[in-house]
Design a protein around this ligand. Structure first.
Ligand code: ADP
Length: 438
């Protein structure tokens, strides 16, 4: 038996025995036993009430009421629990203080706001990057402080996790990269980073590539012109002709690379405005590309076009032509004769216009898929060169898609085939009425 319970029972037994003996002396042992027992119960209840009162008052442990036996044990356990939770509370408090001081000093501006866009917390960097002061602006609506239209549009977007580049509201020459993160209980964390330097380097690289490509264009045109002229001369001996034909093929390749690099530099990081562009009859573009390829590299391929004639896209016709042509000619280049290529232009299950080019070729191993749209990335360098590839086709397709607010999706199974799709936003659908008014 629990020793404490044994002691308590001993006390109760003692009280009952005392009542019995005194009662025996006056001739009423049972009545006296009951009186003593009740007095003992009242005494216990009073002690319990004192303990409850002490707990409710939240007074210090040193102010605990005097106890004995089982009650003493209960009070001891409560002491221990209180001391433990005090220690835990101090630990949490110091962790929170450490976190707050760390977050306050983060180089990225961080602002936490609730579902009503009321600022709950911000750090020191938010002052210099967003002009939001941690004390002054707490409790203010964030959209009353960040009033630039592109900033308001970004704050209004329901999607979190999308990164955008926006001019700083404090110093417009600076570029900020902004991201919103959902953080439970309706809170959103807005993080802004100064990427002015990164943008400058990117612009310099773009300008350099565009300048070099441009500078190469003129001498290349001259070389190709002279080569054409020399090759027209019938008196050239066979070995020299072979060498010159080779030089011509290489200069053609260089010409394609230069043209593709120039095309890319025009597309990169330069999105079309919401309503910018012309209504494009994508279905006729696809039929025309299919017919052209059937007369050249796709003579032994089956190309099936399944396009919705009434579905028009608002955008740049030359860019969409280039993207479609790159995807369909890739499907021809990387599959064998007799392969089937299905081209489709329809609304997808999300009511978004989608272009997809499916082939039943060799497919692509999964480890290459995420790198395919990088410049000069090829699965098989030899095959790409032999088929006249520049390694820039899919990079162009990706940038055309992004310029139109869409995305390039790639799905491929080795041994079965590949599907390259461009999913455009529904806002890019152009109405037939607009075309008629043109
Ligand atoms: P390239 O000029 O080499 O065709 P792209 O950027 O158009 O460059 O394509 C990149 C690589 O993706 C290609 O070199 C090829 O390996 C692979 N690829 C593209 N389309 C297909 C396809 N339909 N089937 C298999 N591989 C493909």
């Amino acid at each position: 038996m629990n020793p404490l319970l044994r002691t308590e029972l001993g006390w109760l037994g003692g009280v009952l025995l005392a009542g019995f003996l005194i009662g025996l002396a006056v001739g009423a042992p049972i009545a006296f036993m009951l009186v003593f027992c009740s007095a003992y119960a009242v005494w216990l209840l009073v002690r319990m009430a004192n303990i409850v009162q002490w707990l409710e008052s939240g007074a210090a442990s040193s102010k605990a009421p005097p106890t004995t036996g089982l009650m003493d044990q209960v009070v001891g356990l409560i002491h221990r629990e209180k001391a433990y939770s005090r220690k835990q509370k101090n630990r949490y408090r110091s962790t929170l203080a450490r976190f707050n001081s760390l977050a306050a000093e983060l180089p990225d501006a961080t602002v936490v706001f609730d579902g009503q866009r009321i600022i709950q917390w911000s750090n020191t960097a938010a002052r210099s990057l967003l002009n939001i002061h941690e004390e002054r602006d707490q409790g203010q609506r964030i959209d009353n402080l960040l009033r630039a239209p592109e900033m308001l549009q970004y704050l209004g977007q329901a999607d979190a996790g999308i990164e955008v580049e926006i001019a700083s509201p404090v110093t417009p020459e600076k570029t900020l990269s902004m991201i919103k993160v959902k953080a439970g209980k309706g809170m959103t964390v807005l993080i802004a980073r100064d990427i002015t330097q990164r943008v400058k380097v990117r612009e310099m690289r773009k300008a350099f590539v565009a300048d070099v490509s441009h500078e190469l264009r003129t001498p290349l045109t001259v070389i190709r012109g002279y080569l054409e002229m020399v090759l027209e001369n019938k008196s050239i001996d066979a070995p020299t002709r072979d060498a010159l034909v080779n030089v011509e093929a290489q200069s053609d390749r260089m010409h394609h690379i230069v043209e593709h690099l120039l095309e890319l530099s025009k597309l990169e990081g330069n999105p079309l405005g919401e309503s910018e562009g012309e209504p494009i009859m994508v279905s006729s573009l696809l039929h025309s590309i299919g017919d052209t390829l059937k007369k050249s590299i796709a003579q032994h391929h089956q190309i099936e076009v399944n396009a919705d004639d009434g579905l028009l896209l608002l955008g740049s016709e030359s860019e969409i032509y280039s993207a479609c042509s790159n995807l369909i000619s890739n499907a021809v280049k990387y599959t064998t004769q007799g392969s089937k290529i299905s081209v489709s232009w329809q609304l997808n299950e999300h009511a978004q216009p989608e272009l997809s080019v499916h082939d039943n070729g060799p497919g692509i191993e999964p480890q290459h898929l995420h790198r395919l749209s990088e410049r000069f990335y090829r699965v098989d360098k030899g095959r790409s060169r032999d088929s006249g590839g520049t390694g820039l086709g899919l990079a162009i397709v990706k940038h055309v898609a992004q310029r139109h607010g869409g995305q390039l999706l790639i799905d491929s199974t080795p041994g079965t085939g590949s599907e390259f799709s461009i999913e455009f936003p529904a806002s890019r659908i152009a109405s037939m009425a607009k075309v008629m008014n043109l």
